[in-house]
Design a protein around this ligand. Structure first.
Ligand SMILES: [Zn+2]
Length: 275
C-alpha cells in the first residue's frame, strides 16, 4: 500500500480537509500554510492570521497549528530570529500518529468478528454490511489504533454519526475531555469545559464511555461529590412523544488528586465513615 507521505497534499477546500478538521480555524490555517508553501509564514504571521480572522488568542492559534501537525508534516525552521513553518506533506505513518489512516491489515482485524458491535447483526444471518467505526470519532481526537476501532453495521454507523453530528460544535471541548484515561476525569473535564453551562446527560454518558464502556456514569458523577465537586441536574419534561431531556451543570470543582481518582474517592468515603 502506498505511504500517505507520498500522496499529494489535498486542496484547502477539498472534502478530505473538511473531513479531517471539523474546526474552521484549523481548515483556514491549513489553507494559509498551503498557499504560503513557497514563502513559509513565521510564528507571528500565523498568530495574526488566526487572531484577525477568528478573534482567537495567540495561544489558541498555536493550538490550531498543533491540530494541523497531527495529520500533516509542518517543518519548523529558524530564519534569523524567526521560526518559520513549511507545510510539507501528509504525516508519515511511521511517526505513529497518522490518526485517520487505516491499513488493510487493521481493517481485516477489526472486521474479523463478522458481527456489528452495537446491534449484533451479522452479514451472514442478517445480510448487513459491516464497516470500520472509530469508537472515539477522529474529529473528537480519536486515533486509528486497533483499540479505538470496531465493526458496525451501516445502520448503526449512520445512527451514531447523526447523534455525534449534533455535538460537533462542541468538538474541541469533547476532544480535551476524552483523552483522559479515568472516567471520572473524562466526565469532570467535560463539565469544566462548558464553564457552568448546561451539558446534556446524553453527551456526558457518551464521553464517559469513550475508550471503555461505563454502565453507570451517573454513579461516577456522584462520586465526584465525595472529593468536593458540586453540580446540579435539571430534567425538562418531554412533550408528547419527546423524551425528557436531562442536563447537568457544574457549580464547583476541585483540582484533581495527585494519585488515582478512585483512591481519593475511596479515601474520602473511608474518612467519612470513620470520623
Ligand atoms: Zn448494527
Amino acid at each position: 500500500m502506498k505511504e500517505k507521505s507520498e500522496l499529494p497534499l489535498p486542496e484547502p477546500e477539498s472534502p478530505e480537509v473538511l473531513a479531517i478538521f471539523p474546526l474552521e480555524s484549523v481548515r483556514q490555517l491549513y489553507g494559509f500554510l498551503y498557499r504560503r508553501r513557497d514563502s513559509p509564514p513565521a510564528t507571528h504571521e500565523i498568530q495574526e492570521f488566526i487572531t484577525q480572522k477568528f478573534g482567537e488568542s495567540q495561544s489558541e492559534a498555536m493550538r490550531r497549528l498543533r491540530s494541523l501537525r497531527d495529520c500533516f508534516e509542518v517543518h519548523r525552521y529558524r530564519d534569523g530570529s524567526l521560526h518559520r513553518y513549511k507545510l510539507r506533506g501528509w504525516k508519515s505513518t511511521h511517526a505513529g500518529s497518522m490518526r485517520t489512516h487505516i491499513s488493510n491489515k487493521v481493517r481485516a482485524q477489526v472486521l474479523a468478528p463478522m458481527r456489528c458491535a452495537q446491534c449484533g447483526q451479522t452479514p451472514l444471518e442478517n445480510h448487513v454490511k459491516l464497516c470500520v467505526d472509530h469508537k472515539i470519532p477522529v474529529a473528537w481526537g480519536g486515533n486509528s489504533e486497533l483499540a479505538n476501532l470496531q465493526p458496525l453495521c451501516e445502520e448503526c454507523n449512520s445512527g451514531k454519526r447523526d447523534f455525534y453530528a449534533t455535538y460537533n460544535h462542541h468538538a474541541e471541548k469533547i476532544q480535551s475531555a476524552v483523552t483522559h484515561e479515568e472516567p471520572h476525569k473524562r466526565i469532570g473535564e467535560l463539565l469544566k469545559s462548558f464553564h457552568g453551562e448546561w451539558v446534556p446527560a446524553e453527551l456526558i454518558g457518551t464521553v464517559a464511555s469513550m475508550g471503555q464502556y461505563q454502565d453507570d456514569w451517573q454513579r461516577r458523577l456522584r462520586e465526584l461529590r465525595k472529593i468536593g465537586w458540586e453540580y446540579e441536574n435539571r430534567v425538562e419534561r418531554g412533550s408528547g412523544t419527546q423524551a425528557a431531556i436531562s442536563t447537568y451543570r457544574l457549580i464547583r470543582w476541585e483540582p484533581w488528586p495527585n494519585g488515582p481518582i478512585r483512591a481519593a474517592i475511596n479515601g474520602a468515603e473511608w474518612r467519612k465513615h470513620n470520623s
